[in-house]
Design a binder for this molecule. Structure first.
Ligand SMILES: Cc1cc2nc3c(=O)[nH]c(=O)nc-3n(C[C@H](O)[C@H](O)[C@H](O)COP(=O)(O)O)c2cc1C
Ligand code: SF4
Length: 435
């Protein structure tokens, strides 16, 4: 549902059905809503069969990269005699994204159940849920739910009397964006500085504590019980034509929009329907200028591209951007694109872990050059300089934070060049005070 708004007829609530219903937070309330039936069902299945169902459903990771979930699970070694781990990525620090927080706030047992099924499927006896440091309310709700799940036999040494052990540890982060990157997250979990690791080895070979690990996003894992109980064919059927993108997706819509909130739609829904009908369109008297559709790390779309986009992995790529985490930042004609891009660059410069030269230097210099332009001190060559910097920041580093800084800069210059030119040619008042 478009929480805090009522469910719109064009939404397909699956994960968000119980958003806003405090009674669904308790173990009893969750069971009354059909909760934990999928875990009981899964524990009666062979782990490999669960992986098969998830593969067949077409579920792809909702944390940003869209990697097929069942395929990821199948990479975990079998019968290797080593401890395995499931890590749930609840860091959610991508600007513009606020859906995992709502899943944990309203349906904590959905996440616990999804984690327990995934853990059983990959042969893990322990799940770590890595929660963003600032999420005090979701953390308190998750703590209470995990305690209840243990007390009712949904977690522990003998889950629902089946002899299967599934333990769960909540780990609170300290609020670093880079700890959302899965290998940085694992280092942080181990008590080290949250620097991303070079891959390979991939987590399935050597993950947390050097042991086989699967990392999945909150929204990905919360979808798992629904797929187990309703079947892969049902989930696959939730798509509007493109079989590579199935199921529903929560879009967090924010910025210059009449009704910001989380909206759950079937993959393939037109962005126009989401922004105009479900979210109520622009603020009075304003027109749409740009959308960043997948969290701040993806290219910016023009209004024309956005209005012609279907909301699935391939549909957004076809219109110049990426689905990412589904955090949609909407900007109307009052937005200063240069200023907004500078704010993003500043964020990435602040959050860079500084291991890679291209990222450490590139994010800092990008910010400085944009600042110079916004002070009215830009030079005609600055746009080529920014593009050159971005080129050297893309595809060359340990993780993609560096690429993420470059994406809005390159797309911004390509699509909104006249706004940069206006500052450089001094036909626009400086937005920042002079040096
Ligand atoms: C800089 C950076 C930050 C990230 N932050 C998050 C995050 O906050 N939450 C998340 O689920 N994935 C985040 N990711 C993606 C994870 O590395 C990983 O791909 C994801 O958790 C895998 O889960 P999924 O397959 O279910 O999507 C981030 C990636 C990068 C490069
Ligand atoms: S790209 Fe940036 S954030 Fe990622 S590892 Fe390198 S320096 Fe750290």
């Amino acid at each position: 549902m478009g929480y805090p708004h009522p469910i719109h007829p064009k939404e397909t609530p699956v994960l968000s059905t119980h958003f806003g219903a405090a009674a669904a937070r308790t173990y009893q309330g969750w069971v009354e809503r059909g909760g934990y039936a999928a875990l009981k069902q899964a524990l009666g299945m062979a782990p490999g069969d669960i992986v098969g169902v998830i593969k067949e459903s077409g579920l792809r990771g909702r944390g940003g990269a869209g990697f097929p979930t069942g395929l990821k699970w199948s990479f975990m070694p079998k019968d290797d005699g080593k401890p395995h781990y499931l890590v749930c990525n609840a860091d959610e620090s991508e600007p513009g994204t606020f859906k995992d927080r709502e899943i944990m706030r309203w349906t904590p047992h959905a996440l616990i159940e999804g984690c327990a099924i995934a853990a059983y499927a990959i042969g893990a006896e322990r799940t770590y849920i890595y929660i963003r440091g600032e999420f005090t309310e979701p953390l308190a709700i998750m703590r209470a739910a995990v305690e209840e799940a243990y007390a009712n036999g949904a977690l522990g040494a003998n889950v629902f009397g089946t002899g299967t052990r599934i333990d769960m540890t909540l780990h609170r982060g300290a609020g670093a964006y880079i700890c959302g990157e899965e290998t940085g997250l694992m280092n942080s979990l181990e008590g080290k500085r949250g620097n991303p690791r070079i891959k390979p080895p991939f987590p399935a070979q050597a993950g947390v504590f050097g042991l086989p690990t699967t990392v999945n996003n909150v929204e990905t894992l919360a979808a798992v019980p629904h797929i187990v109980s309703r079947g892969a064919a049902w989930y696959k059927g939730l798509c509007l034509g493109n079989e590579k993108s199935t199921g529903t997706k929560l879009f967090s819509v924010c910025g210059h929009i009449a009704k910001p909130g989380n909206y759950e739609v079937t993959m393939g829904t037109p962005m126009k329907d989401l922004l105009v009908e479900m979210c109520g369109g622009m603020r009075p008297g304003r027109t749409l200028k740009a959308v960043i559709p997948g969290g701040s790390s993806v290219p910016i779309q023009t209004a024309e591209e956005a209005m012609d986009t279907v909301l699935d992995y391939e549909g957004i790529v076809a219109k110049g951007s990426m689905l990412g985490s589904g955090g949609m930042i909407v900007m109307d004609d009052s937005a200063d694109m240069v200023y907004q891009i500078w704010r993003l660059a500043k964020f990435y410069a602040h959050e860079s872990c500084a291991q890679c030269t291209q990222c450490r230097e590139g994010t800092a210099w990008t910010t400085k050059v944009l600042e110079r332009i916004l002070r009215g001190e830009g030079k005609p060559a600055d746009l080529d300089l920014l593009l050159d910097l971005s080129e050297n920041m893309t595809g060359k580093t340990i993780c993609v934070l560096s690429d993420s800084c470059a994406a809005p800069v390159v797309s911004g210059i390509q699509k909104f060049r006249s706004e940069f030119d206006a500052y450089i040619q001094k036909t626009r008042q400086p937005a920042l005070a002079g040096s």
